[in-house]
Design a protein around this ligand. Structure first.
Ligand code: GLU
Length: 289
């Protein structure tokens, strides 16, 4: 059985968002995604939001952010309210972590990538999830004294979710996806996900879930490549008592040879197409609109 999805406290009307990471220029695949979100909101007289997912200081750049916003405006996409920039809201993610910690569901993980590889090699088997090899749980098994000692020593650590304990606490969960119908959530397929990185006090999963709730997003539209992530997001919503949006994971736009557009496709960035003299209307058509 799937837990009820209470939306009674939500404001009326549909709210969608486009949430790019400013790690490169927008390409046709992004344009498709932004047009889907914008179109769904406008068709229903709702709100369309833009959120800049810039929690990774090593990869995100202000010039990419400026270019993204300029590209969206050039394409004719208007958004409602101010752009939310995740790096300006780290306190919101800290609050969420404190709440999860209060539930006893987080633990510090001191492992390096190498430690994890070694542990997996020692175990002789390597269960995989949607993001690759599952974390083998090394630091979940540390005793309280050792944990404290290592934290006090200043060793860098991430915070991981004890997913088995979290699932046990939350009970059965599901969400409604426009393509897939009602989906039973199985967040354990990801293992103990990182919710705060060693270098950044949050993670994609945590920031996106908290923001969608704080921004009253009612319909999450995004590419099918993020479908599996929703298993984790649904669990976090339950643990943090956040409302549950509807989801529409759309197909990924591909080039004529069937390959997904990616940051490497320089010629198909919106900036390059604009420079080559394409009009916004032509680019919309190329993106399938
Ligand atoms: N920031 C993510 C990306 O650029 C999208 C996040 C989402 O839509 O949930 O792929």
């Amino acid at each position: 059985m799937v837990a009820a999805m209470d939306q009674s406290s939500r404001p009326a009307g549909i709210v969608t968002r486009f949430a790019p990471s400013p790690t490169g220029l927008l390409h046709l695949g992004h344009a498709f995604s932004a047009l889907v979100a914008h179109g769904r909101a406008r068709a229903a007289g709702g709100r369309f939001l833009v959120r800049i997912e810039d929690i990774d200081p090593g990869r995100c750049r202000p010039d990419f952010e400026a270019a993204i916003l300029a590209d969206l405006a050039w394409l004719g996409l208007d958004w409602d309210g101010p752009v939310r920039r995740q790096s300006a809201h780290l306190d919101d993610y800290r609050d969420a972590l404190a709440r999860l910690d209060g539930l006893g569901l987080l633990y510090p993980c001191f492992c390096t990538r190498r430690d994890i590889q070694d542990e997996v090699a020692r175990a002789g088997h390597a269960p995989h999830g949607p993001d690759g090899v599952l974390y083998p749980g090394t630091c979940r098994r540390l005793g309280a004294a050792e944990r404290r000692e290592r934290m006090d020593s200043g060793a860098p650590y991430a915070l991981r979710l004890d997913v088995a304990a979290a699932v046990a606490l939350a009970g059965p969960l599901g969400w409604r996806d426009e393509e897939a119908g009602v989906v039973a959530a199985t967040p354990e397929i990801f293992g103990d996900v990182v919710l705060a990185r060693k270098d950044v006090p949050t993670s994609y999963h945590l920031a996106v879930t908290v923001d969608d709730a704080l921004q009253d997003v009612t319909l999450v539209t995004r590419g099918a490549d993020l479908f599996a992530a929703t298993h984790v997001h649904r669990l976090l919503q339950a643990l943090l008592e956040l409302p549950v949006p509807a989801y529409a994971h759309h197909r990924l736009l591909t080039d004529p040879s069937g390959r997904r557009y990616a940051k490497r496709d320089r010629a198909l960035t919106l900036a390059a197409l604009r420079e080559a003299g394409r009009s916004p209307g032509e680019v919309r058509t190329m993106a399938g609109f």
